[in-house]
Design a protein around this ligand. Structure first.
Ligand SMILES: Nc1nc2c(ncn2[C@@H]2O[C@H](COP(=O)(O)OP(=O)(O)O)[C@@H](O)[C@H]2O)c(=O)[nH]1
Ligand SMILES: [Mg+2]
Length: 160
């Protein structure tokens, strides 16, 4: 079983930056499609992470590649209220097209805060998503990805 995970979110929210941190590389400015093998309860799962630059020119197109995905990393910039606001529509589109487990990520790398952690947590809960705020991408991304894969496997097992 191969699990497919995609990044979604406003332009410049940090999707590619965070994906590169997850992969431990710095090379990608354009499309990323990489395989990550991940163990859950002793079973190895193959996951594919997709961060598609070319879908971003029109934000509405991003969710086209969400059809049938297993997981979504939905990224906004904590310093940009608009990027958080746009998550509502993204979530709607994602849910139309998939049964994905959604991880909401507040990327924080500037000093300005326009989105409170509380409202992000509340928003995530409302949509059955998990919220993480990222200040140390190197340290946090791997764990966040692991947890997402665990949740996907759990959801699939429960559905059986
Ligand atoms: N230092 C730092 N820069 C970031 C971070 N997230 C995004 N950036 C910068 O913000 C810009 C846009 O990020 P990018 O990942 O390309 O956004 P995308 O359009 O969502 O893929 C790039 O110049 C990044 O280097 C972060 O967590 N820390
Ligand atoms: Mg990008």
């Amino acid at each position: 079983m191969t699990l497919r995970i995609v990044t979604v979110g406003s332009r410049k929210s940090g999707k590619t930056f965070l994906t590169n941190k997850l992969l431990g590389s710095n090379n990608f400015q354009t499309d990323i499609m990489k395989t990550i093998n991940q163990y859950v309860n002793g079973i190895e799962y193959k996951t594919i992470i997709q961060d598609l630059h070319r879908t971003e020119r029109f934000e509405g197109l991003q969710t086209n590649h969400c059809r049938g995905v297993d997981g979504v990393l939905l990224v906004f910039n904590v310093s940009d209220q608009q990027s958080f606001k746009s998550c509502s529509q993204f979530i709607k589109d994602i849910k139309d097209k998939s049964n994905a487990v959604i991880t909401l990520i507040g990327n924080k790398w500037e000093d300005i805060r326009e989105v409170n952690a509380d409202e992000a947590v509340e928003f995530a809960q409302m949509h059955n998503a998990t919220y993480y705020e990222i200040e140390r991408p190197e340290a946090q991304m791997k764990e966040i990805y692991e947890k997402l894969v665990q949740s996907i496997v759990q959801k699939k097992n429960n559905a059986e």
